[in-house]
Design a protein around this ligand. Structure first.
Ligand code: GAP
Length: 445
């Protein structure tokens, strides 16, 4: 399967099955903004729940936070985003399209007569590059004036830094400790694309770990290891995950060291999560700009210091896309193509389909009863329309790991068949045990 075909097929499956829709589609869509449908919202929620569990619930040294999207505008001056969160941009004076100055499709040097527009092909119409800030601006209150400008946050991290003392004190934490947050972020990306990979509105899952200076390198290594294991535990193919270390010319203004976790997408190796050693850049800048002391007193060592920060920053949408790409496969079964999303059962939106084999002989009644029983424990889908093979295929495409069929033997022997999505093998399980049977396997078969 050609790689572009795989993405096209995935986008089409996502729409058909209700994972992801183009935003405002009936108005022609809004560029690089996407909506999650019934299955997509479950998939992304499962990703976020797993992250929250691993980062907050399973640990004693990380607290959760949900800071507001809108923040004081001076936060973004302190963080360096007002002056530095920019991309160089060029316009074509002929076709009015806009590109990043380093767009590989541009031939020649923008601003020079030889430069050629990658869309309309005209030469000499590309402007000199100018810097374009990626933050969305809006206004607080009814007056659209400079004094009322606020930004939609381009990362969730800053909400953590400005709340670091509040959390430290209220949760009675001691350094080393971390703060985790999941939330929306917004970037007016110039060249967005690749479906939900790079969008203008997205969700981040970020954790900032505050440590004593000098211990940062050690914590950085630990966090690298833990975060890579988390991605492996999602069931992603290990051969498709790799590290990318930022060279000196790639490092963000705040970072002393940075590694990306990359996945091999059909459009190449790309970042899904960044791990950064941010040193004392963030707390130092906020201390300077706010005039408030943000240092920490270590009672045991009788020492005051400004903590260093190790950050782990993943995109929930990117992880969801990674799971979909990794899970998509087509197989030939009895002369027909079967499309399967081989999602790990823990992230699958629906855990089981319940099917009466035929719509008579008491099977629909028994299947409905079982459906309600299972639905109390995990998401289940009831389907009684069409041939049983078709119903299985529909669930395969949705990534549902188990199919439970009520048939003639159910009434007599109180057993159902449980069909496994990946192997397509079927087993007979007693009606009373089927919920437990599935629950036991939701952690992975
Ligand atoms: N606080 C650090 C930070 O924001 P980043 O590398 O710019 O670092 C972190 O972003 C993660 O957020 C990325 O690894 C990616 O998963 C996600 N992300 C960033 N920009 C995105 C976009 N335009 N669309 C979707 N996800 C994005």
């Amino acid at each position: 399967m050609a790689d572009t075909t795989l993405m096209d097929k995935l986008v089409s499956l996502c729409k058909r099955r209700g994972f992801v829709f183009q935003s405002s589609e009936i108005y022609g869509g809004l560029g690089s903004v996407w909506d999650y449908g019934p299955l997509g919202v479950e998939l992304k929620k499962n990703v976020k729940d797993r992250w929250w569990h691993a980062m907050v619930h399973a640990r004693d040294d990380i607290e959760g936070l949900d800071a507001a999207i809108l923040m004081h505008p001076r936060v973004w001056e302190a963080s360096g985003h007002v002056s530095g969160f920019t991309d160089p941009l060029v316009d074509c004076r002929h076709c009015k399209n806009r590109f990043r100055a380093d767009d590989p499709r541009i031939k020649g040097t923008p601003g020079q007569p030889d430069a050629q527009c990658p869309v309309c092909g005209t030469r000499g119409t590309l402007t000199e590059p100018r810097m374009f800030n990626l933050m969305f601006k809006t206004f607080v209150g009814p007056v659209e004036e400079q004094a009322a400008v606020v930004y939609l946050r381009p990362e969730t991290a800053q909400g953590i830094y400005v709340n670091y003392l509040n959390v430290l004190q209220s949760a009675r934490q001691k350094i080393p400790f971390g703060i985790a947050q999941i939330g929306k972020a917004f970037r007016n990306e110039i060249t967005p694309g690749n479906f939900i990979f790079r969008t203008r509105e997205f969700e981040q899952m970020e954790m900032q770990f505050f440590v004593k200076p000098g211990t940062d390198a050690e914590w950085f290594e630990r966090w690298r290891e833990w975060r890579m294991s988390w991605h492996h535990d999602l069931g992603l193919a290990p051969a498709k995950l790799q590290w990318h270390q930022h060279g000196p010319d790639e490092l963000a203004h705040y970072a002393r060291a940075a590694f990306d976790i990359q996945y091999e997408f059909p459009f190449g190796w790309q970042e899904i999560e960044g791990i950064h050693n941010r040193g004392d850049f963030d707390l130092g800048r906020h201390q300077e700009h706010s005039g408030k002391k943000l240092d920490y007193f270590d009672q045991a060592a009788n020492q005051r210091f400004l903590p260093f920060i190790v950050e782990t920053s993943a995109g929930a949408d990117r992880v969801a896309l990674t799971l979909l790409v990794d899970a998509y496969r087509e197989e030939e079964v009895e002369g027909e193509t079967r499309v399967v999303l081989g999602l790990h059962p823990a992230v699958a939106p629906i855990k089981a389909g319940v099917f009466p084999l035929v719509k008579k002989d008491g099977m629909p009644e028994l299947a409905t009863e079982l459906y309600h029983d299972l639905k109390r424990r995990f998401p289940v889908f009831y389907d009684d329309s069409g041939a049983i093979g078709r119903r299985y295929r529909r669930m395969d495409e949705a990534g549902t790991p188990f199919g439970v069929t009520v048939d003639g033997e159910t009434t007599a022997a109180r057993t159902v068949t449980v069909r496994h999505r990946d192997s397509m093998k079927q087993e007979r399980v007693s009606v009373d045990q089927v919920a437990g049977y599935i629950e036991e396997r939701l952690g992975g078969e």
